[in-house]
Design a protein around this ligand. Structure first.
Ligand SMILES: [Zn+2]
Length: 291
């Protein structure tokens, strides 16, 4: 995957604002990074796209920089987008517009056969899955302002990827959304690592995702590990990168044992592999990079 660094310098009357965008064209399901250099005369407020607001955070490894992740939802249509950056410069309110283009990622379709009871839900299962969905949505939408991470992300296991993010999914001939994560080939009982430091915010068995662990890495970034057979962590437990959080399995709606690994940014489901690459190559580098 390639990233382009587009540098936009806004010359205002008082100072030059230095903003970097990882990529001016973003595919649906992917994440863009906006980096801002700290300046003693500037107090950044937020970035907004339409009604959506994005907090500006301190870079976890570089105290001269701040950043915003802009996750583009899977169902976002191709279009031009204007992001409004607001800040105070020497006590006056200023806003600048950044321009993006959302492009269709053209994800493929895949057909999956699963037990009919996991496609056509009875009342009890519907109620259960709705409750679990609400619980997870509340987690993903809550943002911890501090970051728990201090170094790059790793993958939860070294294994073959059997299904990538974004494939449109046809379950037993019915189109039911898209593949929301990356699947790793894993026999039942394969150890799963936390991909970075964080806090466990959910560790329980769920209807669709089976044995599930969700980790908060701070600043709106969550990673999720599904279909597990065993947990070795508990809710509210602080964990370190590469710590074993449990074992892979075949629980929930699956066709066989594997690890489903996914990520959320500010409540939006994004391609976890692209997020990790973006974070590791652009954000979590100690030195300032120059074009
Ligand atoms: Zn999966």
């Amino acid at each position: 995957m390639r990233f382009f660094l587009v540098s936009i310098f806004f010359i205002s009357t008082l100072a030059a604002l230095n903003v970097n965008i990882s990529d001016s064209t973003i595919l649906n399901g992917k994440t863009a990074l906006i980096e801002l250099e700290k300046d003693e005369n500037i107090q950044y407020n937020e970035i907004s796209i339409g009604k959506k607001k994005y907090k500006i955070f301190n870079n976890p490894v570089n105290d001269k920089k701040m950043y915003v992740l802009i996750p583009i939802g899977y169902y976002e249509k191709p279009r031009n987008v204007q992001a409004k950056l607001t800040y105070k410069e020497k006590n006056s309110d200023v806003s600048k517009t950044l321009f993006f283009h959302i492009k269709d990622a053209k994800y493929q379709k895949e057909t999956i056969k699963v037990s009919n009871s996991k496609v056509n839900l009875n009342k009890k299962d519907l109620k259960r899955s709705a409750k679990e969905n609400k619980e997870a949505t509340d987690i993903y939408n809550s943002v911890t302002d501090k970051s728990y991470i201090s170094s790059s992300f790793i993958l939860p296991m070294e294994s073959e990827i059997t299904s990538s993010f974004g494939k449109a999914r046809v379950y037993n001939e019915t189109l039911k959304g898209y593949h929301s994560g990356t699947d790793f080939r894993a026999d039942v009982g394969t150890p799963i690592k936390s991909c970075n430091d964080g806090v466990v915010v959910l560790a329980k068995d769920r209807f669709y995702s089976g044995g599930s662990v969700i980790i908060d890495h701070g600043q709106g970034i969550y990673t999720c590990y599904f279909h597990m057979s065993e947990f070795s962590v508990k809710k509210n437990q602080k964990i370190k990168k590469a710590q074993i959080i449990g074992l892979s399995g075949k629980s929930g709606r699956v066709t066989g044992p594997h690890l489903h690994f996914s990520a959320k940014v500010s409540g939006v489901q994004v391609d976890p592999m692209q997020l990790i690459l973006l974070m590791n190559e652009k954000l979590l580098i100690k030195q300032n990079y120059k074009e």
